[in-house]
Design a protein around this ligand. Structure first.
Ligand SMILES: *[C@@H]1O[C@H](CO)[C@@H](O)[C@H](O)[C@H]1NC(C)=O
Ligand SMILES: [Zn+2]
Length: 309
């Protein structure tokens, strides 16, 4: 009987450990700054292409890609479910028609879920933003996100930064209204109250972004992510940022912030992509003006010759 109880206890222990969500963000010190770096083990500690990173023009090379092309992003999500994962607020998508391609991604990627980090994970020129939204996609060559995580660049994440401004963001409000309902209930799902299209959470300028090869920013930090972080940020109010900070983690404490510290770039190329075919357009404009100029000279010569008669 005693060994049976022991066996049950051991079984529970193994199950508990195997759940894999026994990790935490370091608690911020009294000045709000992380007192210690994360020690999450494995690839998180010894990987060479980890995320997030600081995004800065000085470290970047210039890039030009075909435009990102979004399919069905404008449609409201079908029965979107909001979850308090204990590490973030996440909105799940099961509609495989919501895809993106182009933008130098080299494949078609389907949207799996969107989640927030309060305190952005990526910094722009060492500046942290109020929020960062991650739109997590997997390459349609793989059956699922779980499969795609095993492959190099099998996962594509879009990062959207939110700066603090004077007006609340109505789309973020829709998410927060549902998130607040489950702020104390880790693992619980709630149907989103109201409509939400992924498109409403993208900046209007989607041609200017940073691109690099990185990782998931939560354990096990799989190095399978091709990152796109837009340089244009969207506005949220200070009150909205504070509402995210009131969400509780699995220990029942407020999840004050949930960003991972920036990781070294190491030998990776960071690409700063701007407007597609800008050079081509400039070339075309120059050619047109040259043709017009030459034409004018030819006309002048002809008319001056004509006037001699
Ligand atoms: C997007 O932003 C970049 C950088 O600020 C700018 O050069 C470009 O003209 C913008 N594109 C559009 C379509 O607004
Ligand atoms: Zn994330």
């Amino acid at each position: 009987m005693k060994s049976f109880t022991l066996l049950i206890c051991y079984g529970l222990f193994v199950l508990h450990a195997a759940r894999g969500d026994e990790w935490n963000y370091p608690t911020p010190g009294t000045n709000g700054v992380m007192s210690e770096p994360e020690r999450w083990g494995g690839q998180c500690d010894n990987g060479r292409r980890q995320s997030p990173i600081d995004l800065t023009i000085a470290a970047a090379v210039r890039g030009q890609f075909a435009p990102l092309f979004f399919s069905n992003y404008m449609l409201p999500l079908k029965q979107p479910r909001v979850t308090n994962t204990g590490h973030s607020i996440q909105i799940n998508n099961r509609d495989s028609a919501i895809t993106m391609q182009g933008g130098g991604l080299g494949g078609r990627f389907v949207l799996d879920q969107m989640h927030f980090h309060w305190g952005s994970e990526h910094t722009l020129d060492d500046t942290r933003y109020g929020l960062e939204l991650h739109l997590v996609h997997h390459d349609t060559r793989y059956a699922s996100l779980e499969d795609a995580v095993q492959a190099r660049n099998g996962v594509a994440v879009l990062g959207v930064l939110f700066h603090v401004g004077s007006q609340p963001n109505m789309h973020i409000d829709t998410i927060l209204d549902t998130a607040t309902e489950i702020q104390n209930e880790v693992g619980k799902e709630a149907l989103l109250r109201g409509k939400l299209s992924p498109y409403n959470l993208l900046p209007s300028n989607r041609t200017s972004f940073y691109r690099y090869e990185g990782s998931l920013t939560t354990p096990a930090c799989a190095e399978s992510v091709i990152w796109t972080v837009f340089t244009e940020s969207i506005s949220v109010s200070l009150e909205q940022v504070e509402r995210f900070k009131a969400i509780h983690d699995q220990t029942g404490r407020e999840l004050v912030n949930n960003f991972r510290s920036v990781q070294p770039l190491n030998t990776r190329a960071l690409v700063y992509a701007t407007e597609w075919d800008q050079q081509g357009n400039n070339f075309a404009t120059k050619m047109t003006s040259n043709v017009v100029f030459l034409g004018a000279i030819v006309l002048l010569v002809i008319t001056s010759r004509l006037s001699y008669h």
